[in-house]
Design a protein around this ligand. Sequence first.
Ligand code: UDP
Ligand code: MG
Length: 139
Amino acid sequence: MATNRTFTMLKPDSIEKGYTGAILEKINAAGFKIVAMKMTQMTKRDAENFYAIHKDRPFFGELVEYMTRGPIVAAVLEKDNAVEDFRVLIGATNPEEAAEGTIRKLYAASIGENAVHGSDSDENAAIESAFHFAGREIF
Ligand code: UDP
Ligand code: MG
């Protein structure tokens, strides 16, 4: 995958609270093009695999519970410097530490229920995009 793409999920709390449109608008307004997008619900196994890197962390069980409790919107986004710029747009993991105007500052409830996912490297963006869009001709 080229380095101008990243992967995002609008997490179940965003969908439940009706923030889907507002968050997608912010993503577009920040200059990201949506290359692929779908609403889906992750199974327990999906969430355990997606977040396998965190499997020994104390919050892992809650994270899997949260990510599987309702639908998410998964998307591949394109922009120059996509991974880094998207992490700036979403803000810190903990919304209390997120900068003003960031998606997590505006829409996240807590460090656990923090509205959106953003890949942390080009390599993970490719892995995470393939996880949700395997077999699609988007790459
Ligand atoms: N998380 C949590 N408690 C923590 C840290 C993280 O519940 O103390 C959750 C939160 O939903 C976060 C996800 O686990 O988005 C993945 O954590 P990571 O450190 O990768 O944060 P991110 O990359 O999403 O900012
Ligand atoms: Mg992360």
